[in-house]
Design a binder for this molecule. Sequence first.
Ligand code: GLC
Length: 726
Amino acid sequence: MIKRFVFGNPMETEAVPEKPQAVQIYADKAGKEKKGVKEDVRTGKKSETALPHLVWDDEALSLRMDDEDIVYGLGENVRGINKRGWIYVSDCSDEPDHHEDMHSLYGAHNFLLIDGTETFGLFIDTPSKVTFDVGYTKYDELRITVEDNAFELYVIEAPRLERSEKTIGTTGTVTVADGEKCAMNEWDTQDGFAEQELSAPEQIVHEFRRLIGRSYIPPKWAFGYGQSRWSYMTEQEVREVARRYREHHLPLDMIYLDIDYMERYKDFTVDREAFPDFEELVEEMKEQGIRLVPIIDAGVKIEKGYDVYEEGIANGYFCKDEDGKEFIVGVWPGRCHFPDMLNDEARRWFGRKYKVLLDMGVEGFWNDMNEPVIFYSEKRLEELFDKLGAYKGRNMGVDDFFEFQHMPAVLSNCAEDYRSFYHNCRGQKVRHDKVHNLFGYYMTRSAAEAFEELEPDKRILLFSRASYIGMHRYGGIWTGDNKSWWSHLLMNMKMLPSLNMCGFLYVGADIGGFDRDCTRDLLLRWLALGIFLPLLRNHSAKWTRRQELYEFGDTEDFRGILALRYRLLPYLYSEFMKAALTDGMYARPLGFAWREDPIARRVEDQMLIGESIMIAPVYEQNAAGRVVYLPEEMKLVRFKDAQISEETVLPAGHHYVEIPLDEVVLFVRKGHILPLAQGGEKVADVDWDELELVHFAGRGARYDLYDDDGVSRDVDLDEGIQWICL
Ligand code: GLC
């Protein structure tokens, strides 16, 4: 059950496609709007409102938390799966330092799930800043403050649990002995998808996800491994990466092109000196089963004669300053304008520009710098030079020097700049900071809507750096500029369920870390986590040590781990698609499945991937293994060189499990089945018909395997499901 409350006059975000009736409208802070007000918050009677769970005190929503309460959600953020004990600010930020004392990263994901004495969900829908003080100021208080007090609040309760019996099919079943290989046509009966039982938090997520609409579905090949680098500078370099991957039999499905494929960093251009036969290159790579995925940035270079610039100017499609002149910012190409993504017409225009690359055979993109990043604004740059000049010749002591040193650093992404330009939202002039969190979302939406028109029969790969809930319908996300740090491997894992709750299913981090130098052991361990994530991409910054898998000596270990990804593909794809098509979760915290188990509820370094398996990756350097908690009896399955080397049933409780660098261990849940393919060096090689079943199940157990052609937009859960029964 979902209740909607409107506070003040919030701007529409289009996060919720079909809104339920607002059950209550409270007065805004100025007390002007009193439509349907039961109680005027201005009168001072603070808490006796009709709001369930929460108190509105005219400045913030608050809630008392019990010790047992766990606060899930908030998508892309630092710290734990349980968000208690910190302040988070939804304010899409170009933040390269994902330290644990950060408050904002690139996304704004205002969904919370409180699980404890009472269990319910909250979604704060507003395009500007929201602060979530989750027990930081007062240990037992959750306090939510929204800029301008203009927002819509959704309170989501779990429906009364009417547990649907999981029906076990009797038709079309085959008996499968342990480990026996079966051809798919032995159990070719088509049947409907059996609803899973959902726990209360799962039901709340499900309700919320139904509210915000179906998550983005990429093409199947996008579940392969992608190699990226800022940047592969020439055609030859791209060919070389492909050649070396194939030569070492390291699976590969994508090579990413960073900003240097463009001509002087101009969106929708190709540098013809470095990539003279770009179209041929795209084709040649495709023949090897490798897609090229170029980056698109938010800023459009100011350059006479450049069509995107000229058209934008001619039609008034760029964001304007106070005086109505195009706002100038500095990004990669130097001086740029921002396309007005919130202007419907401008957004359609920008989206159609992707056609240039689609026509060259490209089938996937990553949208970047769309918080949007401002290296500098013209105005602030001039001011800075004036100020710096004043220090010339001065004998600088500590205060002067620190002030001097600090000045250029605050030039970028300056709050004042975000208050200095405007959007044209359906004829209304709106200051950017009021809608800041929508920019990346609407940029990605511009592309996705154009793809629907331009490629109606084909899924196009699309993911973004900045995001807001609502964007999950149009694309995935990668979690930006992390570092080659062990702590970031762990953070990668912790973010995953939080992102899923907010609708983002096609997600991943830069495997191996974007910034700083990666080491062989870190990359192996990170890959051993990454093979379970939908978006699996190794990416690194230009000043760092090369991070392609073949750059670390012997490739055997890497090959073994990566080959397992391709063996897992039928399962991972199936679980992803079921999550997308039933508004469910792909990665779940243990507390969602074992709610009554106080230990499971606090585990933050293991998680369920789909219905059948639990993972517990190693994330500490030099560790030979780790302690794993099993909430119930499970089957440990060990893989070396992508082959099963051990299957051991372990009782519930804590276990120390040895996990050498070149092995992957996963745990199959009781009553469950894990189908494994034979593998391949690209997604297209993987044979969905020749599966090996790993299971920890008795007779009657069933797995619903989903598959489709991997490209059509038209997807049907029931049609794609085949049962595997024991
Ligand atoms: C940003 C992106 C990063 C990319 C770089 C150059 O920092 O987050 O992934 O490599 O820009 O385009």
